[in-house]
Design a protein around this ligand. Structure first.
Ligand code: PXG
Length: 456
């Protein structure tokens, strides 16, 4: 056995504290987006989670500075969600939603669409953000075809965009390492320039003032291909994975104006910004810009059960509702679209958001969080700090010849000092659960600051 943890060696070390069995061989699980060899040589394993804290297998508390992976918006171990899931799984584990149905996804779609400003009236369920993106792109293409504009097939994404890992998502996405290994992608795709500039925006608080004009690049793309060939533009309202890039003031409005003028659909990928991350229901509400389609996932169930969705305007949905009444209108769906257990988790999550006013709570904490993020301006090796809502980023200068290593070391050290932070390249991002309090922000900042200052 080639494993560093062959049978007998205990990856959690002596005195491991857990009531779950700990694997003694970490090799078989090929981990996603992870440096597998380093992880398996010195694993970071959790066995419990409650509120804002994880418990490691050796019994340490680790503050969750990233809401899991931007998803545990209501905090960990919430009784209401746990009970709803337990009840549903016992009552009815599965029922199909192709040609049959069960009440909960209907109810959840109504709850989510009611949370948004008009005219979002319909929701298609998926199991992840990646599936939501592919679904939205297919809806856009099929919509134009249904309207008799089948030549509209070109899709426009943006540099540094992250839209999951399906072939549709990586095609419109703009994070180079997610694309460069995979050869064939969708044809007929262009990219807008990203909106970040250290020169013009360094240490911006909230939306940067510089950069609205970058939306005008869409006019050039339209001039090149003709609007009659373009289906949709997809952007994250705030780019998340690439390292928190809030949109320049006026940028999203301009994108909306240009797309509307040319009959191009606008898709907001709100997989991160949906469900309170900015202190509003969705970014569409925060920025007062209304796209035609909105993708979501993560916070839809507070990360408890995988689930995603695409929210559509009435106009989009209605465009499909024609033909013989026994005929399928949209040839798309997943076995688990609207899965009863996921829908139960989603409904309980919506209850929590509402009962505890969690979106408002995030909005109330955002100014304090902003100060916290910008307190890193004078920290060692920091070249930029950015924030909006409860999304914050600290960008470190890359070490010569070893890009990403400094942030990676920061992540590992923070874990050992009691905080989970997430990184991309040399950027650290904070996105605490919406139940975070000032003391948690202080703890997160304290640990991260100590670690950053300790790194060469
Ligand atoms: N769109 C956006 C905007 C996302 O942020 C996806 C689509 C894909 O979702 P799924 O559920 O298929 O992973 C995402 C996911 C990180 C990180 O560390 C970000 C994501 C996922 C995992 C890690 O930034 N975003």
């Amino acid at each position: 056995m080639s494993s560093a943890h062959a049978a007998g060696a205990h990856p959690a070390g002596e005195g491991a504290y857990t009531d779950q069995p700990i694997p003694n061989n970490l090799e078989a699980f090929w981990m996603p987006f992870t440096a597998n060899r380093d992880f398996k040589a010195r694993p970071r394993l959790f066995s419990g989670a409650k509120g804002l804290y994880y418990t490691t297998v050796d019994g340490r508390q680790v503050l969750d500075g990233s809401a899991g992976l931007w998803c545990v918006n209501a905090g960990h171990g919430r009784e209401k969600i746990v009970e709803a899931v337990q009840k549903q799984v016992a009552e009815m584990d599965f029922a199909p939603t192709f040609n049959w149905g069960h009440p909960k996804p209907f109810e959840l779609a109504s709850r989510v669409t009611a949370m948004l400003p008009q005219p979002y009236e319909h929701m298609f369920f998926t199991n992840s953000g990646s599936e939501s993106v592919d679904t939205a792109l297919k809806i856009a293409l099929a919509y134009h075809r249904a309207k008799g504009e089948g030549t509209r097939t070109r899709l426009i994404g943006r540099e540094r965009g992250y839209h999951g890992v399906g072939f549709g998502g990586i095609s419109v996405g703009g994070m180079v390492k997610n694309r460069m290994f995979f050869g064939s992608m969708l044809g007929n795709v262009d990219h807008l320039p990203h909106t970040h500039s250290l020169e013009h925006q360094r240490h911006s608080r909230g939306q940067p003032e510089w950069g609205a004009h970058l939306a005008d690049e869409l006019e050039n793309i339209v001039a090149l291909h003709d609007a009659s060939n373009i289906a949709a533009v997809i952007v994250e309202p705030v780019a998340g994975s690439t390292g928190v890039l809030p949109p320049p003031i006026g940028y999203l409005k301009r994108l909306r104006e240009i797309t509307a003028k040319h009959g191009i659909l606008l898709i907001f990928d709100e997989v991160i910004t949906g469900f309170g991350r900015l202190g509003t229901s969705f970014a569409t509400e925060y920025f007062d810009v209304k796209p035609d389609l909105i993708t979501c996932a993560k916070g839809l169930t507070s990360g408890v059960i995988p689930m995603g969705g695409v929210i559509a305007t009435k106009e989009i949905y209605d465009a499909f509702m024609h033909g013989p009444d026994y005929a399928i209108e949209f040839f798309h769906g997943y076995t688990y679209s609207g899965h009863p257990v996921a829908a139960a988790a989603g409904l309980a999550t919506m209850d929590l958001y509402q009962e505890e006013g969690l979106f408002q709570r995030a909005a109330d904490l955002a100014p304090y969080f902003e100060e916290a993020v910008h307190s890193f301006e004078d920290a060692k090796n920091v070249i930029d700090t950015r924030n909006i809502g409860l999304m914050g980023a600290i960008e470190l200068a890359p070490r010569e010849g070893a890009p990403g290593k400094r942030a990676y070391e920061a992540m590992v050290k923070c874990f050992h000092k009691g905080a989970m932070i997430r990184i991309t390249g040399d950027t650290i991002a904070f996105s605490p659960p919406l139940i975070a309090e000032k003391k948690h922000i202080d703890e997160l900042v304290g640990i991260t600051r100590e670690v950053i200052d300790s790194l060469d």
